[in-house]
Ligand binder design. Structure first.
Ligand SMILES: [Zn+2]
Length: 121
């Protein structure tokens, strides 16, 4: 059975230039692909990868979900306009916690400082 070939073609908007490359999905190409994917997955699961997932958008989404209030003491931005709210990993990244909404919570800076790297149920 022949290896499948994929042709990628780019043509500029004006049609004046174009580029194409053909990728043959043979064993060396698949091996290189699996090495690349394994590296990406390893990085995504690493602490650095999880910290990189903490985008401004995600932080804002978590604060909005928690209605801009501390999930531990309940103080809110509505009650204290200058309150510093932080997004906290419930299971810390250093202990394998992921940057997913289920593992993130809004804490005020006071509660976050007193938490440290402890896991609180
Ligand atoms: Zn608090």
């Amino acid at each position: 059975m022949p290896y499948p070939k994929y042709k990628f073609q780019y043509t500029s908007a004006g049609g004046n230039s174009s580029q194409e490359s053909v990728i043959r999905l043979d064993t060396p190409t698949l091996n290189a692909l699996s090495v690349t994917l394994a590296d990406k997955i390893r990085w995504a699961k690493s602490a650095a990868g999880q910290r990189a997932l903490m985008t401004a958008w995600l932080r804002n989404a978590i604060k909005e979900r928690d209605r801009y209030a501390c999930r531990r003491c309940g103080v809110s931005l509505a009650a204290e306009p200058h309150l510093l709210l932080e997004v906290d990993h419930i299971v810390p990244v250093s202990k394998g916690g992921l940057s997913t909404p289920e593992n993130l919570q809004t804490l005020c800076w006071r509660c976050n400082r007193s938490k440290g790297a402890k896991i609180v149920a």
